[in-house]
Design a protein around this ligand. Structure first.
Ligand SMILES: C[S@@+](CC[C@H](N)C(=O)[O-])C[C@H]1O[C@@H](n2cnc3c(N)ncnc32)[C@H](O)[C@@H]1O
Length: 346
């Protein structure tokens, strides 16, 4: 289950990978190599490798029989790198209406049962569990057993009022989630997941939540908008190519929130959407550089004709980042869907 032979560390998250090279990217000179993401890595969402770096998780190799059919995997190091920016970005104002709804739901057995879909290493639970009152049992879903391992080890232990928080993990494909899987759920959560689903999967998710009568907090979905300061004429072209890459193979990408709003509303839910942008500046050089590499790499994979200009663009952006002169806003949205409680009159 642990592909690298490393161990998870409670609180500390992902262990250091000493062979992975310097923590801060070297200041680029003329043109950076745009790394088109390896097969099996999620472009734009990390990891992308710097020259000379070793991969830190076993990734899908093309043409390797059974592995070729495996879904792409997320590096836990990338999820760890983004966790504090995610926490700062989350739309905290959605927590109050959620708390009110949860307080009014019938509780089976006294505690809340929260299903976190696509939990990764569990950052959603670490953020939300201490903001909710009462005993909680989190059911952490992911298709990647390696990430589930980290999520279980670094799970939150206490609610806002000190009540106990427990977790279990479930490995499986969210695309096959049925209302039965959510039976007894008080809440469904997901973070940075909606945009990697298809329209049919989002419909199925909304149907499962509506069937279970539980609210859903679906956070940090990409909005397809990015602002970089200072401005560069290539920003818009890279953004457009990146968004096209996100929509490949029927994935929703930046259309995810609109699709989810429609899917939940069609099933009688009240839906609220709030912005949850990353605001990256001189204090976030590592995350900004890693994000830049993934963002530009995915754009070039989508539009190979961009490669030469994108290489120079990336070099200049990384240099500005290393000099503390780059600011990036990556827009996301958080969505709270309050489904009609099961048994309520329609
Ligand atoms: C961008 S990561 C987000 C992880 C975590 N929620 C966070 O915010 O850090 C997306 C996660 O969803 C999982 N995932 C994506 N599609 C899935 C599917 N169809 N079934 C199960 N898990 C899936 C991936 O393995 C990954 O852990």
């Amino acid at each position: 289950m642990n592909d690298t032979g490393t161990t998870a560390q409670r609180g500390g998250g992902i262990p250091a990978q000493p062979e992975a090279g310097a923590a801060t990217p070297p200041a680029p000179r003329e043109a950076a190599t745009v790394t088109v993401p390896a097969a099996g890595v999620i472009p734009g969402a990390g990891p992308t490798e710097r020259p000379g770096e070793r991969r830190t998780v076993r990734l899908r190799e093309s043409g390797q029989g059974g592995e070729a059919d495996e879904p792409p995997r997320y590096a836990p190091q990338w999820l760890e790198l983004r966790e504090s920016a995610d926490a700062a970005a989350r739309a905290a104002e959605l927590v109050d209406p959620l708390r009110i709804r949860l307080a009014n739901l019938p509780r089976r057995g006294g505690g809340l049962v929260v299903h976190d879909l696509g939990c990764g290493t569990g950052s959603m639970g670490r953020w939300l569990a201490p903001r909710l009152d009462g005993a909680q049992h989190w059911v952490l879903h992911d298709r990647d057993p390696y990430l589930l391992h980290f999520a279980a080890v670094a799970s939150p232990r206490a609610a806002a009022d000190g009540s106990r928080v427990t977790v279990e993990t479930r490995r499986g494909d969210i695309a096959r989630l049925t209302p039965d899987a959510l039976a007894g759920a008080s809440l469904v959560t997901a973070s940075a997941l909606l945009d990697v689903l298809t329209g049919a999967e989002v419909e199925a998710l909304a149907a499962a939540c509506a069937g279970a009568g539980c609210p859903a907090l679906l956070t940090l979905s990409v909005a397809g908008r990015v602002e970089l300061t200072p401005h560069d004429p290539l920003d818009a072209e890279i953004t457009e190519a990146f968004n096209a890459h996100q929509r490949r193979s029927g994935l929703l990408g930046p259309d995810a929130v609109t699709a989810a709003c429609a899917a939940f509303a069609a099933r009688g839910a009240t839906v609220r959407v709030r912005p949850s942008p990353w605001r990256l500046g001189p204090g976030d050089p590592e995350l900004t550089a890693q994000w830049l590499r993934g963002w530009v790499g995915a754009a070039v994979e989508q539009r190979p004709g961009l490669a030469a200009r994108a290489g120079k663009y990336l070099a200049a952006r990384l240099a500005a980042c290393a000099a503390g002169e780059l600011r990036v806003t990556v827009h996301h949205s958080d969505l709270l869907a309050l489904c009609r409680p099961a048994g309520a009159a329609s």
